[in-house]
Design a binder for this molecule. Sequence first.
Ligand code: FES
Length: 78
Amino acid sequence: MIVCVCKSVSDRTIRSSIAEGVDSFDELQFELGVAMCCGKCADSVRDVMMQSGVCASRCGLDHHTQAMPMTFYERKAA
Ligand code: FES
């Protein structure tokens, strides 16, 4: 499912990048361009990172007190 609408980046792409060694929010921004336009996807990107086992201190949040619900933005047909 698309996480970043502006850059058309899916959760699968984010997970693949994490599996290939990307382990910080800044690196994901650099590699995929997520959260670089409107920024609305930042929390969802961090959710995917957290669910992929990336250390909370590297996802850009101080800590996670509980699992956060994942929010996706769907593209609407023209
Ligand atoms: S949805 Fe990711 S930057 Fe806009």
